[in-house]
Design a protein around this ligand. Structure first.
Ligand code: PGA
Length: 254
């Protein structure tokens, strides 16, 4: 794992966007695994800004997850988030943008087809991840199976709480989601894990330095051979002292 510590969220967003842009420049037909949530919002903003320099015309994307029961147009859906924050601003072909269909009548089949589509696209070149306060990546909640592919998951109370901000009331937050699995994530060529803010300090330290355990799903990333972790100073409080940590980002190379 390479760990980079940035001054603040703004720099984290810029550095994360640089990693994504470098990937696309090096391989214009990259397959990107994308995340939603608050953490990557700044990264998408930076990518929009840099769209004159980077073309997504040949890029294919697969998002980590989607709520079950929400239409693509629902303001709380991840389809909507991606459209709003990324897809409509860049030159990507909307046909190459994939998210699980939370309205599928056969959810098991939808999961199988999503997994197959990722394989048929050649697998994920770069997977962007945030981390939940409970250690989840995608919606792989604590105590799930590391060997899982794309599947339907019942959301943790902690995840429902975390998503409250996107809905009018707790009753409206979906209870289930489709998520790609830990196995799918671990098959990505490269992983970019982002954590910002003091409320992520404890869990990111557990994920990166603690025991590898399904009770902290992100801890499995310690077993992946190509992970870049970017944290801001607030999230770094329990992760590293500055010794041995690459504070400067110029060392990053694809
Ligand atoms: P957040 O979510 O970026 O909104 O904190 C991260 C996650 O749940 O993976």
């Amino acid at each position: 794992m390479q760990i980079f510590v940035t001054q603040d969220y703004g720099e984290l967003s810029l550095r994360a966007a640089e990693v994504v842009a470098a990937q696309v420049r090096a391989k214009p037909a990259s397959v990107l695994g994308l995340a939603t949530g608050a953490t990557p919002l700044g990264m998408y903003q930076e990518l929009r800004r840099a769209n004159n320099d980077v073309s997504y015309a040949q890029v294919t994307t697969f998002n980590l997850d989607e709520f079950v029961g929400l239409s693509a147009g629902h303001p709380g859906s991840y389809h909507h988030y991606m459209h709003l924050n990324f897809v409509r601003h860049v030159d990507i072909d909307p046909n190459n943008v994939h998210l699980p269909n939370g309205l599928a009548s056969d959810l098991a089949l939808e999961c199988e087809m999503y997994e197959q589509s990722i394989s048929q696209a050649g697998g994920i070149d770069l997977q962007v991840l945030g981390i939940g306060r409970n250690g989840h990546i995608g919606f792989n909640e604590p105590h799930g199976k590391f060997e899982a592919g794309t599947h339907v998951v019942k959301l943790d109370e902690a995840s429902i709480d975390a998503n409250l901000r996107f809905f009018a009331s707790r009753a409206e937050v979906p209870q289930y989601a489709i998520t790609i699995g830990i196995r799918t994530i671990m098959l990505a060529q490269r992983i970019l894990l982002l954590a910002s803010g003091a409320d992520k300090a404890h869990i990111i330290a557990q994920a990166v330095r603690g025991p590898i355990t399904p009770s902290v799903p992100a801890s499995v990333l310690q077993l992946h051979r190509n992970v870049v972790v970017i944290v801001d100073r607030a999230a770094n409080q329990q992760l590293t002292n500055s010794e041995g940590v690459q504070q400067c980002f110029t060392a990053y190379e694809l």
